[in-house]
Design a binder for this molecule. Structure first.
Ligand code: ADP
Ligand code: PHD
Length: 541
């Protein structure tokens, strides 16, 4: 294969012959001086002199005498691609829940020697929840915060982890002391403001990243810890649910690139955290926000891939807590994943797909407990020809407002007034509002309409190929009728990937299980595919 002419704009996987790789003409043409080090087990390692760790991994195909280059540079040319930061790997709370888990994660990272990853970590499992409860207890009527069980849990977990990893306690002592002082402050004020809550939970990510970076350094892998709020993660000042501002992308890219170029060390970045643009205080990106940190870094640095490592084999056909037999979904589009996350699938942060979609960077959802499982690959587009239903998502405890105009049917501007009421009160129509907010909405809307407030409802979202909506709905209604469930509202989004149904909370889990069985498990599901696609391959469901 004529490789040399294609070197600029190289795309993976890229093939060129072993002979060509050896040939001086290829190397000199691109001013590269490959130093072929070892050739074993079909993997030929190539180092790129003068640029430190890493290099280009090439895999030889002995049969074809070809070499598959597994590094990617979109347009910069091969030289620049070789040693730049290559991907993001985000590990969630369950992946870093203990010293043993941190050791496994370190091994996992090292099992990709061809990658120069940016690592994003969440707080150690359970830490965020414990910190929130500790704050709530401090704000109630505790006189001595050192008696709060959740504080003791957090201290014990982190000291034990440091100890088991053979690290120095001093690594986290300052943070744990500050944490206790903060809880004392909350106890004095008898109030935990959203701002104090964000500062409180930030201790989780600040400590997990320090511990992990220190462990990597201890085992001889150069790593550098970063607090996201110090490297350019600029957000709105919406504490507990802040939005990332555009200025974040260049700021984070500059900081991480320049540190890497000056002195390469694996960056270990706190997930979930940012800095408010006006207050300069620590903010958080909403629960599960480390996914968003990872995709923001992926876009900002223009990386090859974003990996989010979880405790499940990828995005599943439904929540495994509702139905343990849920299966991994091999491929999703950004639109499908965004819709799934927005409508409540805990596996991805609702906003996390936006940067990945904007930067067109593939996201891979993998299982850190089972790294060999293929996981889910999320990209801009996929073959939808066989797709019917991809995943079923449940959002519980939703309030439905039934609004009927008191004036003549079709009265001009009625809907505009309804939505401006929500806008004025700052309520997102798809998000569950607190009852206090709802009282205000109802009071306002009753000036122009008859309002019926229906609580304890669930949204079941069917993510899939809405081009096949008749087929999907035919089956849905058959299943629900068989189970004696009445659908109270149905909506088909313009997004073409989602059909939503509203049912009572009390019936919702039963519905999800029945729908899952009908679409993903039974012979009927396969028979439908055979009828509609002319083959029985279940992959497309
Ligand atoms: N459709 C789904 N696919 C996969 N996991 C799901 C789904 N719906 C809910 N979950 C839950 O999401 C969890 C993973 O998300 P999360 O706990 O936020 O991961 P992490 O903390 O590792 O980032 C799973 O353990 C699973 O219980
Ligand atoms: N620790 C934060 C942020 C986060 O993303 O966590 P996880 O990746 O474990 O869902 C939370 O619990 O919300």
């Amino acid at each position: 294969m004529a490789a040399a002419t294609h070197l600029c704009g190289i795309k993976t996987p890229y093939c060129f012959s072993k002979k060509a790789l050896h040939s001086q003409s290829l190397c000199s043409q691109k001013r590269l001086n490959f130093d072929l080090l070892t050739e074993s087990c079909g993997t030929l390692r190539v180092s790129y002199p003068n640029k430190g760790r890493g290099g280009l991994r090439v895999v030889c195909d002995a049969r074809k005498n070809d070499v598959l280059v597994q590094s990617e540079a979109k347009c910069q040319g091969l030289e620049e691609s070789i040693n730049q930061l290559s991907c993001v790997m985000k590990f969630g709370g369950s992946s870093v829940a203990s010293a043993d888990r941190m050791k496994e994660i370190a091994e996992l990272i090292l099992s990709f020697p061809e990658e120069n990853p940016v690592i994003v970590l969440s707080a150690m499992g359970k830490t965020t929840n414990k910190l929130i409860v500790a704050g709530e207890k401090a704000a109630s009527c505790i006189s001595d915060v050192s008696e709060i069980d959740e504080l003791s849990f957090v201290k014990e977990l982190h000291y034990r982890t440091v100890d088991e990893l053979g690290l120095d306690k001093s690594l986290i002592t300052d943070h744990l002391e500050k944490l206790e002082r903060l809880l004392n402050g909350i106890a004095v004020l008898k109030d935990m403001t959203p701002r104090a809550r964000d500062y409180l939970v930030s201790f989780g990510e600040c400590m997990s990243t320090r511990i992990f970076a220190a462990y990597l350094n201890k085992i001889g892998v150069k790593a550098r810890q970063y607090d996201a709020f110090d490297i350019g993660f600029i957000t709105t000042d919406d504490f507990t649910n802040a939005d990332i501002l555009e200025a974040t992308y260049p700021a984070v890219a500059n900081k991480l690139h320049s540190d890497w170029n000056n002195d390469p060390a694996i960056p270990i970045v706190t997930g979930f955290l940012g800095k408010g643009c006006r207050t300069c205080a620590i903010t958080t990106l909403g629960r599960g926000g480390s996914d968003l940190t990872a995709t923001t870094i992926g876009k900002g640095l223009g990386l090859r891939e974003i990996q989010v490592w979880k405790d499940v084999d990828g995005v599943l056909t439904c929540d495994p807590n509702i139905y343990p037999g849920a299966e991994p979904v091999p491929y999703l589009t950004f639109d499908e994943a965004a819709e799934l996350a927005y409508f409540g699938a805990q596996v991805l942060h609702p906003q996390s797909m936006r940067p990945a979609r904007e930067g067109d960077i593939p996201v891979r959802v993998k299982n850190s407990y089972n790294p060999n499982a293929p996981g889910t690959l999320i990209t801009k587009s996929r073959d939808m020809s066989k797709a019917i239903l991809t995943s079923i998502v449940l959002k519980r405890n939703v309030t439905m407002l039934d609004i009927v105009s008191t004036r003549m049917l079709g009265q001009f501007g009625f809907l505009a007034k309804v939505f401006s009421t929500f806008e004025d009160l700052g309520i997102s129509v798809d998000v569950v509002a607190t009852s206090e907010e709802l009282d205000n909405v109802v009071e306002e809307l009753e000036k122009i309409a008859k309002v019926n407030l229906l609580q304890h409802r669930s949204i079941i979202s069917l993510i899939g190929n809405v081009q096949r909506s008749s087929l999907i709905l035919e089956k849905v209604f058959h299943v629900l009728r068989t189970n004696g469930v009445n659908v109270q509202m149905i909506s088909q989004g313009a997004s073409k990937v989602n059909i939503s149904l509203i049912v009572n909370d009390s019936e919702s889990e039963k519905c999800v299980r029945a729908l899952h069985s009908a679409f993903f498990e039974t012979d009927l599901a396969v028979a439908d595919l055979v009828n509609h696609n002319g083959n029985g391959n279940g992959n497309g469901i």
